[in-house]
Ligand binder design. Structure first.
Ligand code: MN
Length: 258
């Protein structure tokens, strides 16, 4: 039997034909965390997945959009009680977005405070060129829930701090292509590593990854862990199930929404 894939960071609503991507995931039995980049996108994006229990929709406000969409924070607050998953959220310190650091930080603080006040969430977090600032914020909001650092690209010291803080990680095919990414991988606790595509943003060989295309990530994890890609995929699935069993706020799994 083919192993079910786990794609814990994917933007289903940003593909040209989202419904086709949902069908693809349903046919393959792929577990997907479907991220939104703005709070207003949450209703439509979760409606896409309403008949598919393996697809969960996270409520987000992407740091690259914080300066344009911060006025949607009341919408974030309105929808938060309806989902166990928050993302994509975080901070981005790369040159194009560094000028918006102040508003990004305000948005991220707001998100983490609201998650704490609502009993915690599972969070998919962006930390490009901002790992230390993200970890500082998470440390201020210990009750925000379980952080899953997506496409982590900080240094080894920042990684060690994230591990000590209990963070999880989702790693994609694009991340495992380089030596630096692989060195980070080997320092992550194997029982806190999930796979992701970050599709359609992540591109491999000129093509946007489709939801669930995590074979490259599984083979890199396998070689890092000294096991086969198939065994790595199995280990990721077990970790995913363990994460799903963790108690955080929000509706229960049987509650449907999110
Ligand atoms: Mn993303």
């Amino acid at each position: 039997m083919t192993q079910r894939a786990v794609d814990f960071h994917c933007h289903l609503d940003l593909y040209p034909d989202p419904a086709a991507m949902v069908r693809r995931c349903a046919d393959a039995g792929t577990y997907v965390l479907s991220l939104t980049t703005t709070p207003k996108a949450w209703s439509g994006t979760s409606a896409l997945a309403k008949d598919h229990l393996r697809i969960r929709t996270a409520l987000g406000l992407h740091p690259e959009l914080a300066h344009e969409r911060w006025k949607e924070l009341p919408v974030f607050d309105e929808f938060l009680p309806r989902t166990r998953y928050v993302g994509e959220v975080g901070l981005d310190g790369s040159p194009d977005y560094r000028p918006h650091h102040a508003i990004q930080a305000r948005v991220f603080e707001h998100v983490l405070s609201r998650c704490s006040a609502n009993g915690g969430r599972i969070l998919s977090i962006h930390s490009r060129r901002a790992a230390t600032a993200v970890l500082d914020a998470l440390e201020r909001h210990r009750d925000a829930g379980i952080p899953v650092l997506h496409w982590f690209s900080g240094n080894s010291k920042e990684l060690a701090r994230a591990v000590a803080m209990g963070c999880w990680f989702s790693v994609g095919p694009a991340m495992v292509a380089g030596a630096r990414g692989r060195a980070l991988l080997s320092a992550m606790p194997p029982d806190r590593v999930l796979t992701e595509t970050d599709g359609p943003f992540a591109v491999v060989d000129g093509t946007a990854l489709r939801p669930g295309e995590v074979e490259g990530a599984c083979s890199a994890l396998g070689s890092c862990w000294g096991i086969s890609a198939q065994e790595a995929s199995q280990r990721v699935l077990s970790s995913f199930r363990a994460l799903m069993a963790v108690q955080v706020g929000g509706p229960s799994i049987s509650g449907g929404a999110g």
